[in-house]
Write a protein that binds this ligand. Structure first.
Ligand code: G1P
Length: 299
């Protein structure tokens, strides 16, 4: 009998140096994407897939994250007194969303190390990992499919996106072979951030994983890799070989909408794309954007 997966882990201990000075005193996960902090989208995605127990791996300077998912009595009372139910609802959106837990990473030794900090909380169950830099459009199912594949195959699952070969050096890259399902591949190898000529394919690992708990033991034995950090990709490579009976690794190929908020240009694009889709902002924003971009040719 396989039990239902309920736990999500969100590594959020990074320093966010690409966004300095905005991230000098504020976690990068709190940067607003339109009007919501990036991490709220990620928690909402986890909850929509049925993962209501969320562990955030944090570090120094991250108190705002915890505050965001907690009650804020004074603000709530003020809005209630004014009868401003619309704003009150917005305040409360993140409060009751999930059962939130926090653990500090301590030493910044890499993504694999951050995930290994979840061991006590997760215990002996499969669990999901969601990286905050990747936002998946709520209309495009990914995590639900990954969770179903995990149960079906009793393996660990990564999310794969076909990227331009010129961008593969920014990701973990997967060597894959076909299965009977066109949306699922078996992962036979993984390389963290390879040079274009060394990449086994243009299948990039994007920031969603559903992992078997055996990953913790493997991570504990994984030596520092690329950048001197303990890489989750390296641990998954070991699991893909299935030498220790860890069930292997499969990739769900994602063909939907993904917004990268990990660097400045992509972040700006994400804000514009998501705002353009919104009922309250889209029409005016698109009208303005069309006018604005029409001035570019004259430059
Ligand atoms: C991490 C992983 C990488 C993966 C990427 C997805 O890298 O190490 O394998 O492809 O997330 O966003 P980071 O972007 O944190 O450097």
């Amino acid at each position: 009998m396989t039990q239902r997966i309920t736990k999500a882990v969100i590594p959020a201990a990074g320093l966010g140096t690409r966004f300095l000075p905005a991230t000098k005193a504020m976690p990068k996960e709190m940067l607003p994407v339109v009007d919501k902090p990036a991490i709220q989208y990620v928690v909402e995605e986890a909850v929509a897939a049925g993962l209501t127990d969320v562990l955030v791996v944090t570090g120094r300077n991250k108190n705002a994250l915890e505050n965001h998912f907690d009650r804020v009595a004074e603000l709530e009372a003020t809005l209630a007194r004014k009868g401003d139910t619309v704003k009150l609802e917005k305040v409360n959106e993140s409060t009751g969303l999930a059962d939130m837990h926090y653990v500090r990473q301590g030493d910044p030794l890499g993504l694999g190390h951050a995930v290994s900090r979840a061991r006590m909380h997760v215990g002996d169950e499969p669990f999901a990992v969601l990286l905050g830099d990747d936002l998946i459009d709520a209309r495009d199912e990914l995590l639900t499919k990954m969770l179903a594949e995990q149960v079906e195959r009793d393996a660990s699952i990564v999310a794969l996106l076909e990227v331009d070969p010129d961008s593969i050096h920014l990701y973990g890259a997967a060597a894959v072979e076909a299965t009977g399902d066109p949306d699922v591949v078996r992962v036979t190898g993984l390389v963290e951030k390879p040079a274009k000529e060394d990449a086994p394919s243009n299948y990039a690992v994007i920031g969603r994983y559903v992992l078997k708990p055996e990953v913790f033991g493997v991570l504990a034995r994984t030596a520092p890799g690329k950048g001197g950090e303990i890489q989750l990709t390296d641990a998954l490579m070991t699991m893909a070989e299935d030498v220790e009976g860890t069930g292997g690794v499969y990739g769900v190929v994602f063909r939907g909408r993904r917004y990268d908020t990990g660097d400045k240009l992509d972040y700006i694009k994400a804000v514009i794309q998501l705002a353009a889709d919104r009922d309250d902002l889209g029409t005016d924003l698109k009208t303005w954007l069309a006018e604005y971009t029409s001035t570019f040719e004259a430059d």
